[in-house]
Design a protein. Structure first.
Length: 311
């Protein structure tokens, strides 16, 4: 458990590998709010984090989900069983999937396969409807007087929120503000790429969402993948440029019989070029090792966007 702001704890959920998937614990005057929670396999780590922060499970008031993709929300049902005084905050489009996760499980299984779901996510439990706050855009969760505000940020997913913490001038960005792995940092700071994973990626809404995040003048972005980043205006410009480049790659590859291979090859080349220009210390094989899964998912997300445009 690490901390940039003393009241905000970055929790490694252990999903897939170390320093890949984060959840956050915000502590204010003896009360706590989790923002995202990882999978069911992360629940013991979430409970240990409370103990390390000097809290009990009864002190948690909120579990706020940026969106209901399983690496962010798969453990919500099980974690809520340990948090008797907490309410779960989720976008209206996401709430039905928390109450009955059958479709969520089926969709993830279609992408990852049943064996991977069982291995990496564990059991996916429902959340009782009476414990869910269906939060409209602008909803504020009050944590001992500290306001945690939800902003609807489509582009990665239609049901995506980012959470604004005015106290720290920070956003908890889920997947809206991209992916930034510490292995790819350089003397210039963090390296970042967008995430277009299936099935609701849409480049123009995503760019608009990023611009609205930047308009608040944030000091820090707390990313799920992975951890807090600063120098956010530079990173925002990089994301906007890359989203345009990815959309162009999609259009160039569309209609080809080997479209998926074309997308993967072109995305890999784009990110390698960007990483080298950034001064990343890893060689080509090292960058590949860090980004391989995201390149595959981004290619799938671009394909979904292209197919949807035709419909």
């Amino acid at each position: 458990m690490t901390s940039l702001d003393a009241s905000i704890h970055t929790l490694d959920t252990g999903f897939q590998r170390e320093a890949f998937d984060a959840a956050y614990l915000v502590v204010e005057q003896g009360q706590g709010a989790f923002i995202d929670c990882g999978t069911s396999l992360a629940v013991p780590a979430m409970l240990r984090a409370l103990q390390h922060a000097g809290l009990r499970p009864t002190d948690v008031r909120w579990l706020m989900l940026t969106h209901v993709h399983l690496d962010h929300a798969g453990g919500a049902g099980l974690l809520m069983q340990h948090l008797p005084n907490a309410q779960l905050v989720v976008h209206p489009r996401g709430a039905p999937h928390m109450i009955d996760p059958a479709r969520l499980i089926a969709g993830a299984t279609a992408v990852y396969g049943a064996e991977e779901i069982a291995r990496s996510y564990g059991p996916i439990e429902a959340v009782p409807a009476e414990r869910i706050v269906v939060a409209e855009d602008g909803f504020v969760a009050a944590l001992a007087g500290r306001a945690l505000e939800c902003m609807h940020t489509p582009g990665h997913a239609l049901h995506h929120y980012c959470v604004w913490d005015a106290r720290s001038s920070s956003w908890f960005t889920g997947d809206t503000f991209g992916l930034s792995y510490r292995e790819l940092d350089s003397a210039r700071g963090a390296f970042i790429i967008p995430t277009s994973s299936p099935v609701q990626f849409d480049p123009e809404p995503l760019k608009d969402s990023i611009q609205r995040l930047l308009a608040r003048g944030p000091r820090t972005m707390y990313l799920t993948h992975f951890g807090p980043v600063q120098d956010v205006q530079r990173l925002g410009v990089a994301l906007l440029q890359q989203i345009d480049a990815m959309a162009a790659i999609g259009r160039q590859c569309d209609g080809r019989p080997d479209r998926h291979r074309c997308l993967v090859t072109a995305l890999r080349a784009l990110y390698l070029e960007q990483a080298q220009a950034h001064g990343c210390a890893l060689d080509e094989a090292g960058v590949d090792a860090v980004l391989a899964m995201d390149i595959e998912l981004n290619a799938q997300g671009l394909a979904c966007w292209l197919d949807r445009a035709r419909r």
